[in-house]
Write a protein that binds this ligand. Structure first.
Ligand SMILES: [Zn+2]
Length: 407
């Protein structure tokens, strides 16, 4: 059995017209009129395919194709329809429409499954309008209180609760999490690895550990001319010694280690003043828990050692951390089996970005399927992917779901 790649592509293009930007991307942010239009279009497609559509109290939308036994836990897939303000046509949308394509392909063959099949549209995955990425899946999985989600506001002061109510979504009902046997999420990779290695499918075994740190170093402001080098208290000097040590510590932890200094600020920020204060951020990621922890500890150790060596005061603190996720072995095996049955070129990988599946996997056996995107670009209006790759990913999704749907 195979999906209909042409139908999947045409639906992706039709959905992309809602919120289309002049640069060829999409701006369909969570709980805007455009988001509602996208959800309505999807609901019409789902109802025409004989499915029921249900929306929960945080705006997650569930499309259900009945199984022979309505009482059994469902086999689920899903992703998100909301985009970044300058987003693309595929991030999230692909996972939702690939799920719908699975249902329609089963319909084409009049293939019944024992278990019901559900496609989830998780509300506010991007967190760009309401500042909480993966909001809907976090509430559904019990990791975020419903009232906290309701209280989030956009820049104009409008709350999630107000927007849900404006769309006629009942906000008093408790979130009743349906029983799920297994969940799969198809997504574009959002990185360059599959394209660079000419692979069609990424079998995603987990999501890497990640954290963000802020380092502050106190120095002393001084005139850049009269002050001899050895009499300065220059925080940039500490950074200059720290960076090679940190890059080396990262390299020691293998090609999967990530270390990024994305923000550096000196105060007062004047060209002819030795800075009195330096602040920079460090983003650390690693798929292996032990290596990740070591790299975190190494950062703290190196900062303290360099501060001491230069006799300057300062500190390093962790400002955000997301623990890594190991996906369910059975679900990953189902994806591997589908790839093998279809004879596709695949590689195992760990996601560098967060996804709804991180939340879902806390309560339900979960795995992800990646397909390549051009140049690894995402969160970008130029985001693009090949129809053949998207079709291959949807076929993997179909077979992985089918392998769970009758057992
Ligand atoms: Zn996404």
């Amino acid at each position: 059995m195979r999906v209909n790649g042409a139908r999947l592509w045409s639906r992706l293009m039709e959905m992309a017209e809602i919120g289309a930007t002049v640069q060829g991307g999409c701006n369909r942010q969570a709980l805007t009129d455009l988001d509602l239009q996208g959800r309505s279009l999807l609901s019409r497609w789902a109802e025409a395919a004989g499915c029921t559509v249900r929306v929960d109290a945080v705006g997650n939308l569930f499309i259900r194709r009945p199984g022979r036994d309505a009482a059994l836990p469902v086999v689920m897939t899903g992703s998100h329809l909301d985009t970044q303000p300058t987003g693309g046509k595929f991030d999230g949308v692909y996972g939702v429409l690939a799920g719908l394509e699975v249902i329609e392909s089963l319909n084409d063959r009049a293939a019944a499954t024992l278990r019901p099949i559900e496609v989830a549209v998780w509300c506010n995955e991007e967190g760009s309008r309401f500042p909480m990425a993966m909001m809907g899946s976090a509430v559904w999985s019990g990791r975020l209180a419903l009232e906290t989600a309701y209280g989030l506001t956009d820049r104009g002061g409008t709350s999630v609760r107000q927007e849900l109510e404006r769309f006629g979504i009942a906000t008093h009902a408790p979130i009743a999490r349906q029983a799920v046997k297994a969940c799969f999420e198809a997504h574009i990779e959002q990185g360059p690895v599959l394209e660079e290695t000419s692979k069609t499918i990424g079998v995603v075994t987990g999501v890497q550990h990640m954290s963000r740190h802020e380092v502050v170093i106190e120095g002393q402001e001084a005139h850049a001319g009269p002050t001899p080098m050895h009499l300065r208290r220059d925080p940039v000097r500490v950074l200059a010694d720290l960076l090679p040590a940190l890059y080396a510590a990262t390299a020691q932890r293998g090609p999967q280690a990530r270390f990024t200094v994305g923000f550096i600020e000196t105060l007062p920020g004047s060209p002819n003043t030795v800075p009195g204060r330096l602040r920079f951020t460090v983003d650390i990621r690693h798929p292996d828990a032990g290596q990740y922890r070591e790299l975190r500890e190494e950062l703290e150790r190196l900062v303290r050692a360099e501060l001491e060596r230069h006799a300057l005061r300062g500190n390093v603190r962790c400002v955000w951390e997301a623990p890594g996720v190991s996906f369910d072995a059975g679900c990953v095996e189902a994806v591997r089996g589908a790839v093998a049955a279809l004879g596709l070129d695949a590689m195992e990988m760990v996601s560098g970005a967060g996804h709804d599946s991180c939340n879902v996997s806390a309560v339900v056996p979960t795995a992800m399927i990646f397909v390549p995107c051009a140049g690894g670009l995402s969160h970008n209006e130029a985001e693009s992917a090949l129809p053949a790759d998207l079709e291959a990913g949807a076929n993997v999704l179909l077979h992985a779901m089918m392998s769970m749907a009758d057992g």
